[in-house]
Design a binder for this molecule. Structure first.
Ligand code: CP
Ligand code: NVA
Length: 321
């Protein structure tokens, strides 16, 4: 049984295939419409969400699967029912469970019984569904190319940064992380990205100076400085991260055709200014829209691999990578 708890649960080829199939679904949703009729997908949220909540539910609608929305406090997980028992029971009703959780460990525990594919819809460490949409946005912005595209992530080395780094290096992207001391991605995951880069041809570099970090970037990427769960640290984070704001000056230090991405929601005048968010450089809205075809591709991959590869074939020989 396969799960998608972190980006590296996929092989690099599978990750590329997922982006390809998502691109096909985006262009031609009819290729997959109704193809998962009869399946039920649980969508569990312990934290707020707009994009993940709606894109996964509408992906189910497109595929003909029935979505079952669940809130963390509706289950018995916080009243002593173990995640393993919960997953074992859910597997009698559902074909897949997507969960947005406070702690990655809950996903690991839900997946541990191996009776139901579990997909990470964001946790404290990773956001793999977001990284898939990010790669699709880069592919669309660079004529089908990922390999060698220079992406600079600025700000907090959080779940979104970690997944972007891992998924990016897996498919040959050159990732630069510009994060201040104390806000770097976890060292073990950076080391994992470096190991992957040695075989994938991607690169991962740390450049704490934001101006130097964007000098050759083709993509500037940021996320909130205070993630869900970090509330209470806002002032400290604002101070530590203020040099990393994507604003007019920082964009002027980047190549003139660099695009700007943000996983959203944005906090204006913290990690990005409204001016840049609304500027022609910004691809944030198509990036958010890309959550739908990437969610659909992920569900298809986990629920019906044969159909997934049939759809992959329909894409023909138009390569990405
Ligand atoms: N980017 C993202 O995951 O957004 P939501 O928190 O709205 O789902
Ligand atoms: N890093 C943010 C991403 C929100 C989609 C958070 O975890 O709150």
């Amino acid at each position: 049984m396969r799960h998608l708890l972190k980006d590296t649960d996929l092989t690099p080829d599978e990750l590329l295939d997922l982006v390809l199939v998502a691109r096909l679904i985006k262009r031609r949703p009819a290729a997959v419409r109704g193809r998962l009729a009869g399946c039920s997908v649980g969508l569990l949220f312990e934290k707020p969400s707009l994009r993940t909540r709606v894109s996964t539910e509408t992906a189910c609608a497109l595929l003909g699967a029935h979505p079952v929305s669940l809130r963390g406090d509706e289950l018995h997980l916080h009243r002593g029912e173990t995640p393993a028992d919960c997953a074992r029971v859910l597997s009698g009703y559902l074909d897949l469970l997507m969960a947005r959780v406070v702690s990655h460990q809950l996903l690991v525990d839900l997946a541990s019984v191996n009776e139901l594919p579990v997909v990470n819809g964001l946790c404290d460490r990773f956001h793999p569904l977001q990284a898939l949409a990010d790669l699709l946005t880069i592919v669309d912005g660079f004529n089908g190319r990922l390999r060698g595209v220079r992406v600079t992530y600025l700000g907090d080395g959080n779940n979104v940064a970690t997944s972007l780094m891992l998924a990016g290096v897996m498919v040959g992207v050159s990732v630069t992380l510009s994060c201040p001391e104390g806000y770097q991605v976890p060292p073990a995951l950076l080391a994992e990205a470096e190991r992957i880069a040695r075989v994938s041809g991607g690169t991962v570099a740390l450049e704490p100076d934001p101006v130097r970090a964007v000098a050759e970037a083709q993509v500037l990427y940021t996320d909130v400085w205070t993630s869900m769960g970090d509330e209470g640290e806002e002032d400290m984070r604002r101070q530590a991260l203020e040099r990393y704001q994507i604003n007019r000056e920082l964009v002027a230090a980047a190549p003139s055709d660099a695009i700007v991405l943000h996983c959203l929601p944005a906090h204006f005048d913290e990690e990005i200014t409204r001016e840049i968010f609304d500027s022609p450089r910004s691809r944030v809205v198509p990036q958010a829209h890309n959550r739908l075809p990437t969610a659909a591709a992920s569900f298809l991959f986990l629920l019906n691999r044969e159909l997934f590869y049939q759809v992959r074939k329909q894409y023909g020989d138009v390569p990405i990578g």
